[in-house]
Ligand binder design. Structure first.
Ligand SMILES: NC(=O)c1ccc[n+]([C@@H]2O[C@H](COP(=O)([O-])OP(=O)(O)OC[C@H]3O[C@@H](n4cnc5c(N)ncnc54)[C@H](OP(=O)(O)O)[C@@H]3O)[C@@H](O)[C@H]2O)c1
Length: 294
């Protein structure tokens, strides 16, 4: 049995794709409502009806996938973990950085892994989950207890039929995604435009170089491979062009009045700068402007 904490877009994607009958959602404390029923639209357009039960008291999952938003993850796990065996691997799917460290520091004895995925899922209407983008998922250990379990967990996730790879440097992969998100998401939310449209906006053009200079210094301070500000800007703009028509999750969150993950993207970079004595005025400004949109 694979348990999933967070019955949102990502959680419902994995629940629908993993073998039927082997998945359950973790309920909030005191909640044991009816099973979760939804239509799932697969990537090729085929639609199927999915029913996922809630994890029952006494059931012990062999794996826990955590698909809450970064800002909800620590509290959700504080509620869920007391009834889950301490040997059960925890796989964190959150974007950005900061929430993963909170979890591995709070439960150092538990096997904690992280997944970085380019799969995309959304819920355009109540009761409908759409597999909107086909990609790949990398899974790796965040602490030594998780290390021996990486291959096994990757194999369990691959039973979904999605492309899954074990990753020895998951922190590096999370950093790569963070850099791209830090250079695109806040701009799309503030400018209220799709990814590709930021590139021609004076506000983006004013701030992207100083932002990339901050990120370049932070990468070095965090022990990540050095990248010049110019190379960072090129990577960010290549993704913005490739995903030109997409609405970022941050813009979508602002448009629907949901909390964004800014505190775990540019906000994380600003906090890291404070720790290392590196000035991060652009990350701080983007964080505050997105917080004001909320
Ligand atoms: N969707 C994607 O395509 C995608 C791609 C890559 C990475 N990610 C990452 O995956 C994470 C989840 O994204 P998402 O799009 O799936 O978000 P989402 O649709 O908002 O789903 C999060 C789910 O967590 C639930 N939740 C919150 N607190 C909880 C708690 N204490 N106990 C149990 N459930 C709780 C929420 O329930 P309520 O709605 O009732 O609050 C919601 O159903 C994010 O960090 C995101 O960045 C998503």
């Amino acid at each position: 049995m694979i348990a999933i904490l967070g019955a949102g877009s990502m959680g419902r994607l994995w629940a629908a794709m993993l073998p039927a009958g082997q998945v359950a959602f973790v309920p909030r404390p005191g909640q044991m409502p009816d099973p979760v029923c939804y239509r799932f639209q697969a990537i090729e357009g085929k639609s199927l009806s999915v029913t996922i039960p809630w994890l029952q008291p006494g059931q012990s999952p062999e794996l826990l996938l955590v698909t809450t938003k970064a800002g909800d993850t620590l509290e959700a796990l504080k509620d869920a973990l007391p009834s889950i065996a301490s040997s059960t691997p925890i796989v964190l799917f959150q974007n950005g950085l900061g929430s993963q460290q909170q979890v591995s520091e709070t439960w150092p004895q538990r096997p904690v892994l992280a997944a970085s995925t380019t799969e995309g899922a959304n819920r355009p209407a109540p009761g409908l989950t759409v597999h909107a983008g086909c990609g790949a998922t990398w899974v790796g250990a965040l602490n030594p207890t998780g290390q021996p379990l990486v291959n096994r967990v990757a194999q369990q996730l691959a039973k979904s039929g999605l492309e899954v790879h074990p990753e020895q440097d998951i922190l590096g992969r999370l950093w790569q995604k963070l850099v791209i998100n830090a250079g695109i998401n806040a701009f799309t939310a503030i400018l209220d435009c799709p990814n590709g449209a930021i590139l021609k906006q004076p506000y983006y053009q004013q701030w992207i170089n100083p932002l990339c200079e901050e990120i370049s210094r932070l990468l070095a301070a965090a022990g990540q491979p050095q990248q010049t500000p110019e190379a960072l800007r090129e990577s960010i703009e290549a993704v913005a062009r490739k995903t030109a028509a997409n609405t970022s999750s941050m813009r979508a969150d602002v448009l629907t009045g949901r909390p964004t993950e800014i505190d775990f993207i540019n906000g994380y970079l600003a906090r890291l700068g404070q720790q290392h004595g590196i000035a991060t005025p652009v990350n701080q400004m983007l964080t505050e402007q997105v917080q004001q949109l909320n």
